[in-house]
Design a protein around this ligand. Structure first.
Ligand code: SF4
Ligand code: SF4
Length: 109
């Protein structure tokens, strides 16, 4: 993965690929979740990119396990018992669109 210089590009690419299909997005392309700085994907782009780069080429299960450790364990949505309502409801954009996220980040690497 290239350095932080690619972050603006990565952010825009994720907006085009993920926000455009996200259930939390509005029809006009805006997102109320993002406006509240509450999107686990966009709040953690550098750490997600680092994790995807480190796990590179593994199965989705391995990506999921690694991201649960690197992102969920520090996310304020996760409870002390390790549960997360957004994850249970499949409303966390990071995991709901994990395939698109991984593909986008690997193409930027
Ligand atoms: S929740 Fe995140 S991924 Fe979904 S539209 Fe909002 S900013 Fe984009
Ligand atoms: S699944 Fe829950 S704890 Fe994990 S990143 Fe998403 S919102 Fe945060």
């Amino acid at each position: 993965m290239k350095g932080l210089v690619v972050l603006p590009v990565l952010r825009e690419t994720l907006r085009a690929r993920v926000c455009s299909i996200c259930i939390n997005g509005n029809a006009d392309g805006t997102c109320g979740v993002y406006a509240r700085h509450d999107c686990a994907l966009f709040e953690n782009i550098p750490r997600v990119a680092e994790t995807v780069s480190r796990i590179g080429g593994a199965s989705v299960t391995e990506y999921t396990t690694a991201l649960r450790e690197s992102i969920c364990d520090q996310c304020f949505h996760q409870h002390l018992d390790g549960s997360c309502e957004l994850r249970d409801l499949d409303r966390c954009a990071l995991f709901r669109y994990l395939g698109e996220v991984i593909e986008t980040m690997r193409l930027q690497a």
